[in-house]
Design a protein around this ligand. Structure first.
Ligand code: NCD
Length: 313
């Protein structure tokens, strides 16, 4: 059962892009867009969530996403409490469920959850003491739907029509919840050409089975694309799983000025961050005029404002 949508067809929990339809996604994008001025500045709306309290529960290290949700909530006038597992009673052996239910019992109005275990936010959403929205801020290798929303918003600010786009996702797709959510969002928006680019070992079966084209050569993978999404290469995986040094990876799959030259002249370059300069991307590209990486960070705020407003206001 899709627990994300209520009986009236409204989004109740934001757990995954899977289960969110095209209409919902476009509406969230439009709402997020509404929080940006023509110059791209963020518009605050401090009455929207006045009196509400959002709990940020991060069971995995994160600064960017946690801060982004906190700023988004505060821009809408909500109060925020931050809970990190390092300092919690989980260390004293309390179960995850008891920790969460305690916060729910205290009267928080929504939970934003990041967890190392895939589908942990969904499990929590299914067992709540009170019916409040749960927002997935990244779970295991499963999903990172708010990142997908901000990525789609960013693409929409540069490209007119999703259906005609060619998008290349490059890197460690196997371990990437961002890649999975981005693919779902791009498919929902009916993008015609979604390419998975990287060493064979980093292309997962679940996505390969969708029938998406796979490229193990970067130049072919980015040829004539409109959008490039670079993913972080986890150094710790290089030796064991990949059997490739960071230098070799950079030579074969690093997005450099040269390899970017195979994409369309107006192609945009994206990265969810944190990025390893000189491993998956050349600094000159990350800081170059085709990079929208820091724009993604800003769009992350308004994307999360849109999610919070849609679920809570
Ligand atoms: C991503 C994540 O945590 O999934 N980062 C983020 O949310 N900004 C990507 C990553 O860790 O590589």
């Amino acid at each position: 059962m899709n627990i994300q949508i209520d009986s009236k067809g409204k989004i109740r929990h934001f757990l995954s892009i899977d289960g969110i339809n095209r209409g919902h996604l476009l509406e969230l994008m439009a709402t997020a867009q509404g929080f940006l001025t023509a110059d791209g500045d963020i518009i605050h709306a401090p009455t929207v969530l006045a009196g509400k309290t959002i709990a940020n529960l991060f069971f995995e290290p994160s600064t960017r996403t946690r801060c982004s949700f906190e700023i988004a909530a505060k821009n809408l006038g909500a109060q925020v409490i931050n809970f990190t597992s390092a300092t919690s009673s989980l260390k004293k052996g309390e179960s995850l469920s008891d920790t969460v239910q305690t916060l729910v019992a205290m009267g928080v109005d929504a939970l934003v959850i990041r967890h190392q275990e895939s589908r942990a936010p969904e499990k929590i959403a299914r067992n709540l003491l009170r019916d409040i929205p749960v927002i997935n801020a990244g779970d295991g290798i499963h999903a990172h739907p708010s990142q997908a929303l901000l990525d789609m918003l960013t693409i929409s600010r540069h490209k007119a029509n999703f259906r005609d786009l060619s998008v290349a996702i490059i890197g460690d797709i196997s371990h990437s919840r961002v890649a999975r959510s981005d693919v779902q969002a791009l498919m929902t928006l009916e993008v015609s050409d979604i390419r998975l680019v990287g060493p064979h070992k980093l292309i997962p079966n679940d996505l390969a089975q969708l029938g998406l084209p796979i490229y193990t050569q970067l130049e072919k993978g980015v040829r004539d694309v409109d959008v490039i999404i670079c993913l972080r290469i986890q150094h710790e995986r290089m030796q064991d799983e990949l059997d490739m040094s960071a230098t070799d990876y950079y030579q074969q799959f690093g997005l450099t000025k040269r390899s970017l030259g195979f994409a369309k002249p107006n192609a945009i370059v994206m990265h969810p961050m944190p990025m390893n300069r000189g491993v998956e991307i050349e600094s000159a590209v990350a800081d170059g005029d085709r990079s929208v990486i820091f724009e993604q960070v800003r769009n992350g705020i308004v994307a999360r404002m849109a999610i919070l407003q849609t679920l809570l206001a």
